[in-house]
Design a protein around this ligand. Structure first.
Ligand SMILES: [Zn+2]
Length: 146
């Protein structure tokens, strides 16, 4: 196991709590902080695409073909609302770094220094939460039909 790649080796940046401006965004940030501490698991098979993952949120937000509609909508918003340099930087990141970026990691702060961070973080957090919610609903629906 490569411990340095573990998300839960890091801690959520405390600056996350400066982001929310209303009660809904506070709930959103609570979800993100929980995602930061999600333990890595032994590889499991994704029920949407049959590929393996060790972090379900990372898988469904960055690579899973089953959630590509969410990812495309998120990319469209990034491209429409932020400078082209942001999408250019993001397209060069590996999936783990994209996931850390979505979680609000300060590691990528030099990329985002020129952008409206609050708007960007909220966009990213909503994307993670909506994708996870959709995946959970999907799991629930197949459990109840088999
Ligand atoms: Zn998948």
């Amino acid at each position: 196991a490569v411990t340095s790649s573990k998300i839960n080796a890091g801690r959520p940046p405390s600056a996350i709590w400066k982001i929310p401006s209303n009660v809904f965004e506070i709930e959103l940030c609570k979800f993100i902080v929980k995602s930061w501490t999600l333990p890595e698991i032994s590889p499991e098979i994704c029920l949407l695409c049959r590929n393996h993952f060790t972090n379900v949120f990372e898988h469904i937000s960055t690579v899973c073909p089953g959630t590509s509609a969410f990812r495309e909508a998120w990319w469209d918003t990034v491209i429409e609302n932020f400078d082209i340099s942001l999408s250019a930087e993001l397209s060069g990141l590996c999936t783990r770094d994209i996931y850390l970026f979505l979680l609000g990691s300060r590691l990528i702060s030099n990329i985002t220094a020129n952008f409206d961070l609050r708007t960007l973080h909220i966009l990213n957090f909503r994307f993670l939460r909506d994708t996870a919610a959709w995946y959970n609903r999907y799991l629930f629906s197949i459990q109840n039909t088999t």
